[in-house]
Ligand binder design. Structure first.
Ligand SMILES: [Zn+2]
Ligand SMILES: [Zn+2]
Length: 153
């Protein structure tokens, strides 16, 4: 955790920004909830637990800055809410998401899996791909198991 904060601090410095205590509080919440996909409001409520003096506008500006620097990715799963997702270290591309239409769970796929598709797009559309977003909508394994159990009862 501390070494990741150090590296984010360096990324900010390189871009000409400081890791102020307010920014650090926001980064810590994102690191502590790495598996979650928090909205600005969620991040704010968690930051506030430890640093009640920090306002929503400050958290929001920090999230926008981190997005600009590609430390976090902003994503929308179709519910109109922007969520912030820490970019995995060393990841060239954004990871994929599996969104369950029954329970709302969001799982992640870290493997890229798209090399072939990207090669076709770059060749046939002469498009230099920098990143992608891929969200699958379906029924997660937990909900499938639950359904199967209920059927057998
Ligand atoms: Zn994610
Ligand atoms: Zn589910």
């Amino acid at each position: 955790m501390e070494s990741r904060i150090e590296r984010i601090k360096k990324q900010l410095h390189t871009a000409g920004y400081k890791l102020t205590p307010q920014r650090e509080a926001t980064v810590r919440v994102l690191l502590e909830h790495e598996e979650d996909h928090l909205s600005a409001e969620d991040v704010y409520l968690l930051v506030k637990e430890k640093s009640p003096e920090i306002g929503l506008a400050t958290v929001y500006r920090t999230l926008e800055l981190l997005t600009e620097l590609k430390i976090v990715d902003k994503i929308n799963f179709g519910d109109g809410v922007s969520r912030y997702d820490l970019r995995k270290e060393g990841a060239a591309h954004f990871h994929h998401h599996l969104v369950c239409i029954e329970c709302g769970a969001v799982d992640e796929i870290q493997e890229d899996l798209l090399e072939d598709v990207e090669a076709i797009v770059e060749r046939d559309w002469n498009f230099k791909i920098k990143d992608h977003r891929l969200t699958f909508h379906g029924i997660c394994y937990r909900c499938q198991e639950k359904e199967q159990k209920e059927e057998h009862e």
